[in-house]
Design a protein around this ligand. Structure first.
Ligand code: HEM
Length: 511
């Protein structure tokens, strides 16, 4: 038999085995279905193990919508990289994942656990101390709430961020030196890198340790690690993750160093003093996860927000005029601008632009493993969700729904102005969206502890850029696409760098 024939027979055998396993599973499940309950229909793929992964890679929202429509079912399953995933095509059903009626059947810890093991590198001997009673998570969350959610503590953290921006923005924004009086335009070829560096330094300094902002190598290592997050999560071959693992080792070593601990933030110091059941190596891994949580989403979010405001000069001017009017009311010297949270609260246009960014670019799944078979009820039909499957609510199904958000793919910087206390968004069915319609920070047990901090930091960063610089996209520059190899973890990354031009604003010009 020729070698190629052998290969075909092997493939055929794998495909037949997969079909057989599928039908046996369906048969078993059907036997125990309560009345008026069906198994969600399954998207069939002829590629064993890989399943629908390739099709999803071409666009997750279109994958979910098109199969939901084709199967005429708001819920369906598909095989992706050997796992059975449950997708939700009806935006009205997405929040089921946070409802206590269902969340008791879901392991909300499964995603973090997999992330910690595969991406952060938690070793088998560290698993019990880390995942056993979850003490470290509970303590971390308590401390994060204390330092980043309580208004008086949050104000202190934001003042530190502001101090950092005040002293460092010029060097961060324009790599080449730009004198205080020069008003000529300077080109910058890599706006994404510029924003990542600004956000990394402004965030990890106050929240983690000043040690990490004294040397660019830490930010570089973070970026290298960040690029490896999806391949590490998907257990890609080791040659594809070598650089990310090296960067991770470098960061983990730093996070245990004396220098790092001496300059640690109150959050990290408190963790150090109170979390006793983790070894220094294991604790440094939880700190790395925290750094990823604090910067991994924030940096691309601020990049897209800035980019879209530059793309629409009228939006940039409107936001800047609002910031200046807030300052004018306070009659403060422009050389000593200190924004309080009360000032930032008045920047409603920048706040709206930030939500609009998250609406358009948040690309995360709230992945949760089903721990026990349960029945999910919908108005038309009940569905049995089987133990062991992975529930994959994808929020862009809601965020990009034209019924909820007219012209959903357009960046409308002022879309959310005035929407704070009013239920102004409705689903296609006519039902009101009775929660804040941009579900960018998760919910339930794992609700983002940095959500308030980043919402203020975003306004601070953009306002300080606007006050100190004129910026414009370079001639012919456009909005880049999203990096498809990086979808699923959080806010999407751009697929290329962006060229901008920047000049310092001189006081006389604008006073
Ligand atoms: C635009 C920026 C951000 C976005 C979009 C974002 C999004 C999220 C999401 C979706 C979750 C829930 C994950 C899950 O359900 O498993 C989460 C959790 C979390 N985030 Fe954020 N986040 C951002 C910024 C931050 C910042 C600045 C910090 C820290 C200063 C932070 C710290 C955390 C922590 C500690 C958790 C809890 C993790 C857990 O309980 O497992 N995040 N974030």
């Amino acid at each position: 038999m020729k070698e190629s024939e052998g290969m075909w027979w092997t493939l055929a055998a794998i495909a037949l085995a997969t079909i057989a396993i599928y039908f046996v599973t369906q048969f078993r499940a059907k036997k125990k279905l309560p009345s008026n309950t069906i198994l969600p229909p399954h998207v069939w793929s002829w590629i064993p193990y890989v399943g629908s992964a390739l099709e999803m890679g071409n666009g997750v929202v279109s994958f979910i919508r098109s199969h939901g429509k084709r199967l005429q079912s708001p819920i369906f399953t598909a095989t992706v990289l050997g796992e059975k995933y449950v997708f939700i095509a009806d935006p009205e059903l997405l929040t089921m994942v946070f409802k206590s009626k269902y969340s008791k059947y879901l392991d909300s810890w499964s995603l973090s656990k997999t992330f910690m093991i595969r991406v952060v590198g938690v070793e088998p001997h560290e698993e019990e101390s880390m995942f056993g009673d979850r003490t470290f998570l509970k303590m971390t969350m308590r401390q994060m709430h204390h330092y980043l959610m309580k208004p008086e503590q949050l104000e202190i953290a934001l003042q530190r961020v502001q101090g950092f921006f005040r002293n460092n923005l010029p060097q961060l924004v324009v790599a080449t030196s730009i004198s205080d009086t020069t008003t000529t335009w300077v080109s910058h070829d890599a706006m994404f890198s510029m924003v990542v560096q600004s956000v990394f330094k402004a965030t990890v300094g106050p929240i983690i340790s000043d040690c990490l902002i004294q040397d660019d190598s830490y930010c570089e290592a973070f970026r290298q690690f960040d690029k490896g997050v999806i391949p590490l999560f998907n257990k890609a071959p080791s040659f594809l993750t070598r650089k990310a693992r090296q960067a991770r080792a470098y960061l983990l070593e730093t996070l245990q160093s004396q220098e790092f601990l001496e300059q640690a933030s109150p959050i990290v110091k408190t963790r150090q003093e109170t979390i006793k059941n983790l070894s220094p190596a294991a604790l440094s891994k939880t700190t790395l996860a925290l750094i990823f949580g604090a910067v991994g989403n924030s940096a691309p979010a601020l990049f897209w927000c800035l980019l879209h405001l530059l793309h629409n000069p009228a939006a940039w001017e409107a936001c800047r005029a609002q910031v200046e009017s807030i300052l004018a009311k306070r009659q403060q010297d422009k050389d000593d601008i200190t924004f309080t949270m009360a000032d930032l609260d008045q920047m409603t246009l920048l706040e709206s632009a930030f939500w609009e960014t998250l609406r358009l670019y948040q690309g995360n799944f709230t992945a949760r493993r089903v721990t026990e078979d349960f029945v999910m009820e919908t108005s038309q039909q009940n569905y049995l969700l089987e133990k062991g499957t992975q529930l994959m609510p994808f929020w862009a199904v809601l965020h990009h729904d034209p019924a909820v958000f007219p012209n959903p793919m357009q960046f409308q910087y002022d879309r959310f102005v005035g929407a704070n206390n009013k239920p102004v968004f409705t689903f296609a069915s006519g039902a009101t969206v009775n929660y804040w319609p941009v579900v960018a920070f998760g919910g339930g047990e794992h609700y983002c502890a940095g959500r308030k901090f980043i919402a203020y930091e975003a306004r601070l960063y953009l306002a300080m850029l606007m006050l100190n610089f004129d910026m414009r996209l370079a001639e012919g520059e456009t909005i880049p696409g999203i990096d498809r190899s990086n979808i699923g973890v959080g806010v999407c990354h751009p697929d290329r760098e962006v060229k901008v031009e920047i000049r310092r604003r001189v006081k006389d010009l604008h006073s």
